[in-house]
Write a protein that binds this ligand. Structure first.
Ligand code: HEC
Ligand code: HEC
Length: 348
């Protein structure tokens, strides 16, 4: 659960001046002590709370049927349990799988291909997309301005006399930066808290993870914030939907990014099936089958997954699999999935 600390800055003579109502949101040290934020959008408790309401309010969809929280469910670490969801207002399946939303404040690129650079600029994507929430920003503003509570809440949080799209995006971004997960058994063991220990199987899994996985799923964020082709496909001829199937190449037009997608975090991974950008694997076993025997070779396959020009087969033994899965289970953070401060306020 994020901690809010009133924070002091210094004036020109070096004396601390209170910055209230601005807040720093504190994070556990293994993520980095302070939660990063955009300079144009400093934290405050009111903005975070407003963002939380907006995140869970179906008012942001054309037919008032779905909210951000409909595809990003807290109980599933803010993923949705579906490969390609059809719950958007058009009923058409989306072209990509809904990712979990975890420790986003530290993510350098957002979306599977890094197509959004920060949470502020991302928000209008799902709101206006015809297959997601399908609402124009103009109508969004009109609705929120006509609402019984929102104008006052925006006034309180941002000191504005009318609801504007820019503050909608800022509030949503702030709330999402408080989606901090760092209280799994692994974290407690790492921080030497509550006498937590990893048992021998989990430790063995940690060793295998460090050997085979941590070069990409790195640091305690369990992502290197970068893009790799991990051998899911070897055919990149489908250029439809503005190159959406080509991964990061769609953004960079650099051939080394062909079929490369953002390394997803492994935190809460046992709660976020199905897996990969298209949700093609329904279980963690299928993911391990992929790394064990199924990596596909292509000129774009990441070097770390090749040996002598051929795709690596990790060939995990049954014992390896058991221990890897035990380790991945130690990354489940039940506090995160039940924390009332980030839950649906309308369900209370
Ligand atoms: C209909 C389902 C749906 C709804 C509603 C929805 N999302 Fe998403 N969300 C997705 C999908 C699918 C992706 C992946 C898109 C991609 O990468 O191309 C995604 C990606 C994201 C990401 C990127 C995460 C990352 O790790 O890169 C964020 C942040 C996000 N959504 C926030 C929101 C917010 C905020 C709202 C509400 C304004 C919202 N979503 C509404 C399905 C949805
Ligand atoms: C070369 C970098 C790299 C290595 C090494 C690597 N991964 Fe990945 N992993 C990725 C990328 C990139 C994706 C996303 C691919 C996609 O969706 O197209 C991914 C996806 C995953 C997913 C699905 C996550 C989700 O939310 O859908 C899991 C689980 C996973 N990897 C586990 C592992 C394990 C376990 C290992 C070690 C045995 C490993 N990875 C090694 C880069 C890597």
């Amino acid at each position: 659960m994020p901690l809010y600390l009133g924070f002091l800055a210094c004036n020109e003579s070096g004396n601390p001046v209170p910055q209230s109502p601005e807040f720093k949101v504190e994070a556990p040290w293994n993520l980095g002590t302070e939660v990063p934020y955009e300079e144009r959008n400093p934290f405050s408790k009111d903005k975070i709370e407003l963002g939380r309401m907006l995140f869970y309010d179906p008012i942001l969809s054309a037919d008032n049927s779905i909210s951000c929280g409909s595809c990003h469910l807290q109980s599933k670490a803010f993923s949705d349990g579906t490969a390609l969801t059809k719950i958007g207002v058009s009923g058409n399946p989306l072209l990509r799988h809904s990712p979990s939303l975890i420790n986003l404040a530290w993510m350098e690129g957002l979306f599977w291909d890094g197509g959004a650079k920060d949470l502020e600029s991302l928000a209008f994507g799902p709101i206006t997309h015809p297959d997601e929430m399908g609402l124009s920003l103009k109508e969004m503003e009109e609705r929120l301005n006509a609402h019984a509570e929102y104008p006052d809440l925006f006034k309180k949080a941002f000191d504005v006399n009318e609801v504007r799209r820019v503050e909608v995006a800022r509030a949503l971004a702030q709330f999402q930066r408080t989606l901090i997960s760092a209280d799994s058994k692994y974290d407690q063991w790492k921080r030497k808290e509550n006498g937590a220990v990893l048992d021998p199987l989990e430790k063995k899994g940690l060793g295998l993870y460090e050997k085979y996985c941590s070069s990409c799923h790195s640091t305690d964020l369990f992502t290197d914030n970068s893009y790799h082709n991990n051998g899911l496909n070897d055919d990149f001829s489908d250029k439809s939907h503005e190159f959406i199937f080509l991964g990061r190449f769609r953004i960079s037009f650099d051939s080394s990014d062909m079929g490369a997608f953002k390394t997803p975090t492994l935190r809460n991974i046992m709660l976020t099936a199905p897996y990969m950008h298209d949700g093609r694997f329904s279980t963690i076993d299928e993911v391990l089958d992929h790394y064990s025997e199924g990596i596909k070779g292509s000129p774009y396959l990441d070097e770390k997954l090749q040996k002598d020009g051929k795709p690596i087969k990790f060939k995990f033994s049954p014992e390896d699999r058991k221990s890897l899965i035990a380790f991945l289970n130690s990354l489940t953070d039940q506090k995160f999935t039940t924390d009332p401060s980030i839950s649906d306020p309308f369900a209370e």
